[in-house]
Write a protein that binds this ligand. Structure first.
Ligand SMILES: Nc1nc(=O)n([C@H]2C[C@H](O)[C@@H](COP(=O)(O)O)O2)cc1CO
Ligand SMILES: [Zn+2]
Length: 159
């Protein structure tokens, strides 16, 4: 008999984004992203972290203070990492599963790389100018976005 409690594509890809986020060294916000094509093949994954060669232990993870002493100038966002990690050519028509709504800089990268849909989990910075700018650009560029709807299905992974 065919198994009934298998996870949906959306659950699968958001699950991978959530697992990727667990690699983040940011103690305040961990973000994961998973890029998928229209055949439901995974193209790339990413999470927020310092650029290659910039040692996590030598970089600031603070949220406040002198700008150069905070993480914001340095950290690579999950979505940008996923885009840059893709070595296969075009991302045209792909969709991105991301655990937090993309900022304006990632929105630009998503649009310019030809992606067409954003599926996000949290939108905790919905009131920020960055998020509002993202939505404005997505709306103008025809990139659709929708919030992932959890089904309450819990999966324990014993690592
Ligand atoms: N969409 C996003 N993708 C991301 O990877 N990030 C990262 C950048 C930082 O490492 C962290 C946000 O830090 P905080 O301001 O919540 O302490 O999440 C942030 C956003 C929000 O737009
Ligand atoms: Zn971003």
């Amino acid at each position: 008999m065919k198994r009934k409690d298998y996870i949906s594509w959306d659950q699968y890809f958001m699950g991978i984004a959530l697992l990727s986020a667990q690699r983040s060294k940011d103690d305040h916000t961990q973000v994961g992203a998973c890029l998928v094509n229209d055949h439901n093949k995974i193209l790339s994954v990413g999470y927020n972290g310092m650029p290659i060669g910039c040692n996590d232990d030598d970089m600031p993870w603070e949220r406040e203070g002198e700008p150069l002493d905070t993480k914001y100038f340095y950290v690579c966002h999950a979505e940008l990492n996923a885009i840059l990690n893709y070595g296969g050519g075009s991302l045209d028509g792909a969709r991105v599963y991301v655990t937090l709504f993309p900022c304006n800089e990632c929105a630009k990268a998503i649009i310019q790389s030809g992606m067409k849909e954003v599926i996000y989990m949290q939108d905790k910075y919905a009131d920020s100018d960055a998020t509002m700018a993202s939505k404005k650009m997505f709306d103008m560029a025809g990139v659709t976005y929708r919030q992932f709807q959890p089904k309450g299905q819990r999966i324990i992974i014993d690592l």
